[in-house]
Design a protein around this ligand. Structure first.
Ligand code: ADP
Ligand code: ZN
Ligand code: ZN
Length: 736
C-alpha cells in the first residue's frame, strides 16, 4: 500500500504530493478532494502512487475520494501527458479542458464536493389511445407544432426525454390537460443498440473514394479525403462509421465548433438513431457531466459528434475518428492553455487506441496535403459534386477600375450589382460575404484624423449601428457612438470601411424590394438564433444572406446561385504566414455554397488587386498548394519547420521589454538563428497588457521534443528572476 500520491490539480502547476491516510483507498485516475493553499479545496486527479515523502514540508492528506471508480483510464492519462508535453503546458491545464465541470474544480470546503450522481430523466409519454381519429386530425389542422411533437414521440415508441420534445412548458401542459401525454421518469441510459440503417447508396466516384480510403487505412493510420464541396464526403464517412459501430467500436466525429449544426446532427441521428451523442462547449455543465459519467459506465460502441473537447471523453475502444473540415483553424484552441490542435491531437489519440483517422476537406491544409505527398497519409480525391452539379464560375471584379469609371455604388462594383439584380429577377438566392461584423471597423474625423480607439487595446473601435455603440472586438469594451469628433469638435465622425451591418444596409438601399438576412456574431448569438436565420434562408424567406465566415461552413442551400465576396483584399492583408492559405481556403469554401443541378453558380470577388496570383488559380488546388508549399519551404515555415510562438505579456512595459530581450538572448544562445524576435505584434496591447512575440523555428529533421525541453528550461530559468513576477510567458506550438 503506497503512502503518497502525486496529484494533478486544475492549475498551471506541476503535480503535488499528498499523503494517503490510514484506511483510505485510492487508485491511479481517481478524482479526489484535497486542500491546496489556505482556504481552497480542489478536485485533483491521482497521477502516481509511491512511498517517497515530499522533499520539503509535510504532505497534506487526501480529504476524500470522489467517485467509486477512476475518472481516467491509463490511456487517457497518456493522452493528457502528450498534450501537456507537446503544447508546453501543465497537465493541470489539460485537466481544465478535459474534465470541464465534471466536478466542482474548487471550493471553500470539503462538504461542497458532492460527487455527481446520474440523474433520472424526465420523459414525456404519449397516451396512444387518445392520439387517434378525430383528436389527431384536429391537432394536425389546428396545432401543427404540437401535432409534430406528438408524432416524434410516437415514432420513438411512445416515450421521449423531455429535452428532446420541441415544446415549451405551456404547450406541454395543455397536452397533459387534454390527456394526450403523461410525464414520466426513467434512469438515463445510453442506448447502444445500433439499428442497421439504410445508408445512402454511393455514386461510382464515391464508392471509388471509399475503397481507396479503406485500402489506404490497412497499412496507414491516417487517410485524407479531399473532396470538393458537396461531393458527398459526409456520405462516405457514414459508411466508415457504420462499419466500426457494427463491430462494437467507438466512433468520434469531430467538427469545428462553429459548424456543429443541427443539420449535421440531424443527419447522423436519422442514420444512426437517437443515441448519437453531441458534445461541445455550449452544453450546460450538467449535460456534459452526464455524458461523461454515462460513457464512463457504458460499454464501447458509442458514437459521439463533437467539437475538439470531445477528444477527452472516456472512450473504451475507439475505432475511428473522423475530422471533418480538417483545415479549419478553429480546431486550434487559441486561448488559454492547452493551445492544442484538435486535428493533431486526434491523430495521437487514435494511435493510443490503435484506431484510424479520416481527415476530410474540400481545401486540405498544406500540412495534411504534404503528408499525402510524402506517403505518410493515404489519399482519396473526389473532384465531382454529387449529382453532377458543376463548380461555380469565378469572376474577379476590379474595384479600382469601377471607381475610375464611377460605377461603384455603396461598396458594390457594377459586376456584382448586375449579377444580384439578375438573380432577384429569376427568383434565385444570393450570399454576400464580408469577413467583418459590425457597421464599420473604425470611425474617423475627416478634419483632424482622430479615430476612436479602445482604452485597453491598441485597436480602433468598430461601430455597431444597431446597438448604437462602438465596440472593441478584442476585449468587448464599448461606448456610445459620438456624432461629433471629441478632438476638434467641428466635424462629424465618418464610418470608415465596412462590416456586415453596413453591407446589409447598402444592399437594402440598392435593392429595396429584396428581403435581406444577416448572419454574423451579432445576429447568431445562440444556436437557436443561428438556426432561425439559416432555416428562414433555406425556406427562401429571404433573397440575400449577408454574413461573415459563418456562411462558409457546411451549409447546403439548393437555390443559391451567386456568391459575392465584397473585399478579397482584407482576407489577404494579414501579416501572418498562413494568410494566403486561409484566404484561398475561405474563398473556395464560400464558393462551394453555390450552384445547382440545373444551373451553374457564380462567384464574384471584388478586389483592388486583381492581378494577385492567388486569383488566377483559385479553383486549382494542386497548383495553389504547390506554389504555397514552395514559398513555405523557401521562407522556412511549416510543414518544413516546426514553429513555436512565444508570447510575453505584461502591463509593465519596461519590465516586459527587459524580460523579452533577455529571453531572446537566452534562446539565441541555445538555438542560434532559429530564434526570431522579440518583436511587437500588430496589436501590441490587449486588455491593458502589452505584448511582445518571439518565434522559434525548428527543422523537422531535428528533435522537436529536445527543443521544447530546452525552451521550458530557459523559460524556467528566466522565471527565477523574481523581478519578472508580473510577466506572463505563453508558448503556442504550431500556432495558427
Ligand atoms: P460534402 O460533405 O462533401 O460537402 P455532402 O455529404 O454534404 O457533401 O453532400 C452534398 C449533398 O449531396 C447533400 O445534400 C447530400 O445529401 C447529397 N448526397 C451526396 N452523396 C449522396 C448519395 N450517395 N446519395 C444521396 N445523396 C447524396
Ligand atoms: Zn476632429
Ligand atoms: Zn479592447
Amino acid at each position: 500500500m503506497s503512502r503518497y500520491a502525486d496529484i494533478v490539480l486544475p492549475l498551471a502547476q506541476p503535480a503535488y504530493t499528498f499523503a494517503i491516510g490510514e484506511g483510505v483507498e485510492v487508485c491511479v485516475g481517481d478524482a479526489v478532494a484535497v486542500q491546496f493553499g489556505k482556504n481552497a479545496v480542489y478536485t485533483g486527479v491521482v497521477w502516481r502512487l509511491h512511498d517517497t515523502p515530499p522533499a520539503k514540508g509535510e504532505a497534506k492528506p487526501i480529504l476524500k475520494v470522489l467517485y467509486d471508480k477512476p475518472l481516467l483510464s491509463e490511456l487517457q492519462m497518456r493522452f493528457w501527458e502528450w498534450i501537456a508535453d507537446y503544447y508546453i503546458c501543465s497537465i493541470g491545464e489539460v485537466m481544465r479542458v478535459a474534465l470541464p465541470s465534471i466536478i466542482k474544480a474548487k471550493a471553500r470546503c470539503e462538504a461542497e464536493f458532492e460527487p455527481y450522481k446520474p440523474k433520472r430523466e424526465v420523459t414525456v409519454n404519449l397516451v396512444a389511445e387518445v392520439f387517434v381519429g378525430e383528436v389527431r386530425e384536429k391537432l394536425e389542422r389546428r396545432a401543427p407544432k404540437r401535432y409534430e411533437a406528438l408524432c416524434e414521440i410516437e415514432k420513438a415508441g411512445g416515450v421521449l426525454p423531455r429535452y428532446a420534445v420541441p415544446l415549451d412548458s405551456t404547450a406541454l401542459k395543455a397536452l397533459q390537460t387534454a390527456g394526450l401525454v403523461e410525464m414520466g421518469e426513467r434512469d438515463y441510459h445510453l442506448d447502444c443498440e445500433w439499428s442497421r440503417t439504410l445508408l445512402p447508396k454511393l455514386s461510382e466516384a464515391q464508392t471509388k473514394a471509399l475503397n481507396e480510403i479503406k485500402k489506404g487505412l490497412t497499412d496507414k493510420r491516417v487517410a485524407l479525403l479531399h473532396g470538393v464541396t458537396s461531393s458527398g464526403k459526409t456520405e462516405i464517412y457514414t459508411h466508415l462509421i457504420e462499419e466500426r459501430l457494427s463491430r462494437g467500436e467507438d466512433v468520434l466525429f469531430l467538427v469545428p465548433e462553429i459548424s456543429l449544426t443541427t443539420q449535421l446532427v440531424e443527419r447522423m441521428r436519422a442514420l444512426f438513431g437517437e443515441s448519437v451523442m453531441v458534445y461541445h462547449s455550449k452544453l450546460t455543465p450538467q449535460q456534459r457531466t452526464k455524458l461523461y459519467t454515462d460513457m464512463l459506465s457504458s460499454e464501447s460502441g458509442n458514437f459521439v459528434v463533437g467539437a475538439r473537447s470531445a477528444l477527452f471523453l472516456p472512450y473504451k475502444k475507439l475505432g475511428l475518428i473522423v475530422v471533418d473540415e480538417e483545415h479549419d483553424s478553429s480546431y486550434k484552441q487559441s486561448e488559454p492553455n492547452p493551445r492544442y490542435n484538435g486535428r493533431d491531437a486526434a491523430i495521437v489519440l487514435a494511435a493510443l487506441h490503435n484506431a484510424k483517422v479520416v481527415l476530410g476537406s474540400a481545401t486540405p491544409s498544406l500540412e495534411s496535403y504534404a503528408n499525402t505527398l510524402s506517403g505518410k497519409y493515404a489519399y482519396a480525391l473526389l473532384t465531382e459534386r454529387y449529382g453532377g452539379v458543376e463548380m461555380p464560375d469565378i469572376t474577379i471584379s476590379d474595384t479600382v477600375r469601377n471607381v475610375k469609371r464611377n460605377e461603384r455604388k455603396l461598396h458594390f462594383n457594377k459586376e456584382l450589382i448586375d449579377a444580384i439584380a439578375e438573380r432577384l429577377e429569376s427568383n434565385e438566392q444570393v450570399i454576400l460575404f464580408q469577413n467583418r461584423r459590425g457597421y464599420s471597423p473604425y470611425m474617423e474625423c475627416p478634419s483632424c484624423g482622430w479615430s476612436a480607439r479602445c482604452p485597453h487595446c491598441n485597436v480602433t473601435l468598430s461601430a455597431h449601428q444597431q446597438r448604437g455603440k462602438m465596440v472593441c472586438h478584442y476585449c468587448g469594451y464599448s461606448e456610445t457612438i459620438n456624432r461629433y469628433c471629441p478632438n476638434c469638435k467641428t466635424s462629424e465622425l465618418k464610418p470608415m470601411g465596412f462590416g456586415t451591418e453596413r453591407v446589409e444596409e447598402a444592399v437594402s438601399e440598392l435593392f429595396p424590394e429584396a428581403r435581406v438576412l444577416r448572419l454574423d456574431g451579432d445576429t447568431a448569438t445562440s444556436s437557436s438564433a443561428y438556426n432561425r436565420i439559416i432555416g428562414a434562408f433555406a425556406r427562401h424567406e429571404a433573397d440575400i444572406l449577408v454574413g461573415t465566415q459563418i456562411v462558409s461552413k457546411g451549409l447546403d442551400f439548393a437555390n443559391v446561385t451567386l456568391i459575392g465576396i465584397l473585399n478579397g483584399d482584407n482576407l489577404l492583408a494579414s501579416p501572418d504566414f498562413r494568410a494566403e492559405e486561409r484566404a484561398w481556403q475561405l474563398i473556395m469554401q464560400v464558393a462551394g455554397r453555390s450552384g445547382r443541378r440545373d444551373k451553374r453558380g457564380e462567384v464574384i470577388i471584388q478586389t483592388a488587386e486583381p492581378q494577385h496570383s492567388i486569383y488566377s488559380m483559385i479553383g486549382e488546388y494542386e497548383r495553389v498548394a504547390a506554389k504555397l508549399l514552395a514559398e513555405r519551404k523557401q521562407f522556412r515555415y511549416p510543414p518544413f519547420v516546426r514553429v513555436v510562438k512565444v508570447v510575453v505579456r505584461s502591463s509593465d512595459k519596461e519590465r516586459l521589454v527587459d524580460a523579452s530581450m533577455q529571453l531572446g538572448q537566452q534562446l539565441r544562445n541555445r538555438f542560434g538563428g532559429r530564434v526570431l524576435g522579440p518583436v511587437a505584434p500588430l496589436i501590441d496591447r490587449v486588455r491593458g497588457e502589452y505584448r511582445v512575440e518571439l518565434m522559434l523555428k525548428i527543422e523537422v529533421e531535428s528533435s522537436f521534443s529536445r527543443a521544447r525541453a530546452i525552451l521550458r528550461e530557459e523559460i524556467a530559468h528566466l522565471r527565477e528572476d523574481k523581478s519578472y513576477r508580473n510577466i506572463t510567458i505563453i508558448c503556442d506550438v504550431d500556432n495558427m
